[in-house]
Design a protein around this ligand. Structure first.
Ligand code: GTP
Ligand code: MG
Length: 275
């Protein structure tokens, strides 16, 4: 059985009233479409789980919380803090048959980014099943795509055209970003463990700067110092400084216990710190 990690992400849909946010979520999760228009009163959350195999002997279950908000812009002010807080991604939806809904997207996106930061952004032009789709030729589409580095997709919640593709691609892009952050973090945590383990193995003798320079070829003093400082802050080391550049580090009891966990436990810790 491959090892499974669960990663939970929050995806916020935005866009004017009636563009089809709720319909797109319904189509993606339940493969259904409803002709009747029932405006979303405030916000609603739907969950979907997507399984991704990874290169290693493991798979990732991406738990996507799809947040849906009313398109009434008057509510934006009141709801936006809670709605966008900790969002992983913003999905901006317009109605391909109404250009004014495209022109409103900038406001929606910037309101979201104000709270969520520079998170991944995607644009969906919905209702492409309708006869006229003026949004397709509107220069604003490219403008938004360039400004926010936001891929755009032409979809229809009614026929299902491109809906699975768009959400799958969004999920893949989110996961790609998380995995690259994980790789960076994992490398740092593995190095941290290696340094701690080196100090633990020295026992009462402790490990000096010179000792690291001989055992870890090429490590820069500033890099070494930042690791030593971090390990000391966490209570794993006791460090004696002879002068500004010369130290001896000893492992504390907590440090000895931490080193015993080994680098293979790091992966689980990294997930907790990144997501
Ligand atoms: N023709 C067509 N109609 C659609 C499509 N998607 C949604 N609709 C219709 O558009 C209307 C509004 O859809 P909703 O999904 O409720 O729109 P919304 O963006 O969630 O609206 P608010 O909750 O008010 O912000 C409904 O009558 C839907 O049936 C589509 O792809 N094609
Ligand atoms: Mg809705």
């Amino acid at each position: 059985m491959p090892k499974q990690r669960r990663i939970r992400v929050k995806v916020c849909l935005v866009g004017d009233c009636g563009v089809g946010k709720t319909s797109l979520i319904r189509r993606f999760i339940h493969s259904e479409f409803e002709d009747r228009y029932i405006p979303t009163p405030s916000t609603a959350v739907s969950k979907v789980e997507l399984l991704f195999p990874t290169n290693h002997d493991s798979e990732i279950m991406l738990e996507m919380d799809l947040w849906d908000i009313t398109g009434q812009s008057a509510f934006r002010k009141f709801l936006s803090d809670a709605y966008f807080c900790n969002a992983t991604s913003i999905v901006a939806v317009c109605d391909a048959s109404r250009t004014e809904t495209l022109h409103e997207l900038e406001d929606w996106i910037s309101a979201g980014r104000e709270i969520a930061g520079g998170v991944q952004t995607h644009t969906l032009a919905n209702k492409t099943d309708l006869e006229r789709n003026p949004v397709m030729n509107d220069p604003m589409l490219k403008q938004i795509a360039n400004k926010y580095d936001a891929p755009f997709y032409f979809v229809s919640a009614k026929t299902g055209l491109n809906v699975d593709f768009a959400f799958q691609t969004i999920a893949e892009m989110i996961l790609k970003e998380i995995l690259s952050k994980l790789d960076e973090k994992e490398a740092v945590m593995k190095k941290e463990w290696e340094i701690l383990d080196t100090i633990v193995k020295r026992g009462k003798l402790g490990a000096s700067k010179e000792y690291f320079f001989t055992t870890m070829k090429g490590i820069a003093f500033d890099t070494l110092r930042s690791y030593i400082d971090r390990l000391e802050e966490k209570g794993y080391l006791r460090v004696t400084w002879n002068d500004a550049t010369s130290f001896i580090a000893f492992a504390t009891e907590a440090g000895v216990e931490r080193a015993k966990l080994g680098p293979e436990r790091i992966e689980d810790e990294v997930i907790d710190t990144v997501v």
